[in-house]
Design a protein around this ligand. Structure first.
Ligand SMILES: [Zn+2]
Length: 61
């Protein structure tokens, strides 16, 4: 009986997730964007900034 309750619980979770996507697509998109942040780019040269706040081109110039 325990397995059955677990299966029902999982089914409800999937159902809620599907309903959430159906009714609040913008909200799920926001969550996805938060989980995968946009890579920061340098405003001058357009290179990706990994870890650092400033690009190397600014320091050189
Ligand atoms: Zn740069």
């Amino acid at each position: 009986m325990l397995i059955k309750t677990v299966l029902v619980f999982l089914g409800l979770m999937v159902l809620v997730a599907m309903l959430g996507r159906a009714f609040f697509p913008s909200a799920t998109n926001r969550i996805l964007r938060k989980s995968v942040p946009k890579a920061a780019r340098c405003r001058n040269c357009g290179r990706y900034l990994v870890g650092r706040g400033d690009c190397d081109c600014k320091k050189k110039a």
